[in-house]
Ligand binder design. Structure first.
Ligand SMILES: [Zn+2]
Length: 86
């Protein structure tokens, strides 16, 4: 299946971040740069943004070992899927 740019599903599967993927965070919170587990952010803030029609996918990043809660509401642009997840 091709998207609007004509790229195929192989490219899309690399770019796509799914819940539970390991990702590298490189956003504005430099102290929190590193490896995290990406989950959909389902907090009240993101719920409101959704309701306003701001359809930006946001992620809540958590420590893969379950000890820390990382950045919330991380934008897609702030994270890159980790090669280690494959
Ligand atoms: Zn949020």
């Amino acid at each position: 299946m091709k998207d609007q740019f004509g790229t195929d599903s192989l490219f899309r599967s690399i770019d796509l971040i799914e819940p539970g993927d390991l990702v590298v965070y490189h956003g504005t919170l430099t102290d929190l740069h590193g490896l995290w587990l990406a989950l959909p952010c389902e907090c009240a803030v993101c719920f409101r943004l959704d309701a306003l029609g701001i359809a930006d996918i946001r992620f809540h990043l958590v420590d893969p070992w379950g000890e820390l809660s990382g950045p919330m509401h991380a934008r897609r642009e702030s994270i890159t899927r980790s090669i280690a997840s494959n």
